[in-house]
Design a protein around this ligand. Structure first.
Ligand code: ZN
Length: 312
């Protein structure tokens, strides 16, 4: 009975298809690495449209197609808003500038520097390749941008606006977007990876900037807005009780991973041993996120957590 109820809740309240998910909010599955159900981008539409997160260079076509299929015209898109600088969130930004000529990129102050500096962009590409084993990752500097800060409001007209929130922890540049009319919160990577088929959460504990305590404090900050729909970059959007519980579950999952990984490390203080432990214990959910790259992801997540093993 318990399991049956959970399945019902998940299937009813977890949006996973390219579609309109509330009055002013749309989800686009951008088929990251050619796979549906891995990376989502959201659109918020008032009189004008904002794209929240960008996907990567290789998902631009799918995103443009999604926007068109949802009945949104190219010239309605006025903002492109990456949550942070990682290739699967900001990598498409400069390419989307070419696709949506009326659009300006809105970024945090940190990303105004990161996403315009060729040497940093090179490092972001290398980081993406190491984590996902994808040789096709490319990025280029954004050109037409403005800086947004905590507390700023982006007006889309018709009473629809987006509040900017600092939500660091996953990375030091991370911002999230809250739309009060629909009570929709897009959290990017700030509150874990949520995979619909396995129904499992993976902490977004990727190096080099993951900070567990700040990550948890950020999730509590997100919770304090009491959003009714929570959009995740990975993957989809969860509504009402399902979304609210997901934030609590993300905190629980993050501490569990930390404890498990430190225990494995203390048994055998070796990165490959911990990587193997993660693949054995959490491989199914990592494979759902990035098929065939569970080991690359596991190694990266081990590197995100293991500095904590040496802190005590
Ligand atoms: Zn990220």
């Amino acid at each position: 009975m318990e399991i049956y109820q959970n399945v019902c809740v998940v299937s009813l309240l977890w949006f996973t298809k390219t579609s309109r998910i509330s009055e002013n909010v749309y989800l686009v599955d951008v088929n990251m690495h050619g796979k549906p159900g891995s990376t989502s981008v959201f659109l918020v539409k008032g009189e004008k449209v904002a794209i929240l997160d960008t996907g990567s260079n290789s998902t631009v076509e799918k995103l443009v197609e999604g926007v068109s299929n949802l009945g949104i015209k190219r010239d309605e898109v006025v903002y492109i808003m990456p949550s942070h600088c990682h290739f699967d969130h900001a990598g498409g930004a400069a390419y989307l500038e070419d696709e949506f000529p009326n659009a300006k990129v809105l970024v945090s102050e940190k990303d105004s520097k990161r996403l315009t500096a060729p040497s940093i962009i090179e490092k972001l590409i290398e980081g993406g390749k190491a984590t996902f084993g994808d040789p096709n990752i490319e990025m280029k500097p954004i050109k037409n941008f403005d800086i947004v800060r905590e507390g700023d409001t982006v007006d889309l007209g018709k009473g629809v606006d987006i509040l900017i929130l600092d939500t660091i922890g996953h990375s030091r540049d991370h911002i999230s977007f809250y739309e009060p009319k629909n009570r929709f919160m897009f959290v990017g990577d700030a509150a874990g990876i949520h995979m619909p088929k396995t129904n499992k959460i993976t902490p977004t504990a990727f190096p080099p900037e993951f900070d567990l305590e700040i990550f948890v404090a950020t999730i509590k900050k997100i919770e304090s807005y009491q959003p009714e729909i929570i959009g995740f970059a990975h993957f989809g959007a969860k509504a009402a009780r399902e979304g609210y519980l997901s934030l609590k579950d993300t905190v629980k999952a993050t501490y569990k991973w930390k404890n498990d990984l430190i225990k494995a490390y203390k048994e055998t203080p070796d990165l490959e041993h911990v990587t193997e432990f993660i693949v054995e214990t959490y491989g199914e959910q990592l494979n759902e996120f990035a098929p065939n790259h569970a080991r690359d992801l596991a190694r990266s997540l081990a590197q995100g957590f293991l500095p904590m093993a040496n802190q005590k």
